[in-house]
Design a protein around this ligand. Structure first.
Ligand code: PGA
Length: 265
């Protein structure tokens, strides 16, 4: 099956892995995915690693000369200055990163991030040429009440002012139902497709039809090698945002290979 947009598999390591683990992870990736490390090859699926901020430089160095992208899990809302502990989008871009995850439910729920703060981070990402991966998704109560679509649309509407004038190809939206994150309980492929379609339609009506064709919509929530293809084969799902299963290079390679095999059918 051909995908209309370039597929993306994004690893969100969260607050996991140490220097030594990262060295062996990247070494295994180099051995297991040789195509991604050849200058003139163009892998059919984009691969992205989002390590903790302090290891962005290390990952960048270990994956140098490859087609594996790196991205941060966070950028500051502020451009720079007296903001102890913060890391700006400009610094992340300066390290060679191309992406940043914004609005992950763990940031929203555990660290109290508001829609306004999320919007300011998106603005910073755009200002420094980082592609934001905007995460949206409902909690279990909302899903049980059958209000998941209006919930996600409200999250998207809250960001409209920041997304209103982007160019094509600069946005990734990850649909991550909170009840499926790290729980082993998955949304069905149909649920993921339905929400991905809704997100794309929202982009089409509120942003532009050009961006709705190019926006990459990912599914996230207990994705692993055994189920990734179910999501990946949905027409509006362009890839996955993967937490737990991205922590082992072996499983990352297995997921990528499963998706590559699906593309060749
Ligand atoms: P999970 O996490 O794959 O461990 O469910 C996904 C995410 O939070 O991005």
């Amino acid at each position: 099956m051909m995908h209309e947009r370039r597929p993306l598999l994004a690893a969100n390591w969260k607050q996991n892995l140490l220097w030594h683990d990262i060295e062996s992870y990247c070494e295994d990736l180099r051995a297991g995915l040789p195509d991604y490390f050849v200058e003139d090859s163009e892998p059919a699926i984009d691969l992205l690693i989002c390590p903790p901020l302090c290891y962005l430089g290390l990952v960048g160095a270990l994956l140098e000369d490859s087609h594996v992208y790196s991205g941060s899990q966070l950028v500051s809302m502020e451009g720079g200055g007296a903001f102890t502990g913060e890391v700006s989008a400009q610094m992340v871009a300066d390290l060679g990163c191309d992406y940043t995850i914004i609005g992950h439910s763990e940031r929203r729920n555990l660290f109290g991030e508001t829609e306004e703060q999320i919007g300011r981070r998106i603005q910073q990402a755009f200002d420094h040429d980082l592609v934001p991966i905007l995460c949206v998704g409902e909690d279990l109560e909302t899903r049980r009440a059958g209000r998941e679509q209006s919930f996600v649309l409200r999250q998207l509407d809250a960001q409209l002012q920041y997304l209103g004038d982007i160019d094509a190809g600069e946005l990734v939206v990850a649909y991550e139902p909170i009840w499926a994150i790290g729980t082993g309980e998955n949304a069905s492929a149909e649920d993921a497709q339905q929400m991905a379609r809704l997100i794309r339609e929202w982009v089409g009506s509120k942003v532009s039809s050009k961006v709705s064709e190019s926006v990459q919509v990912l599914y996230g929530g207990s994705v692993k090698a055994g189920n990734i293809v179910e999501y990946f084969s949905q027409p509006d799902v362009d890839g996955a945002l993967i937490g737990g299963a991205s922590l082992s290079s072996e499983s990352m390679i297995a997921m990528l290979q499963a998706c590559l095999a699906q593309l060749r059918i």
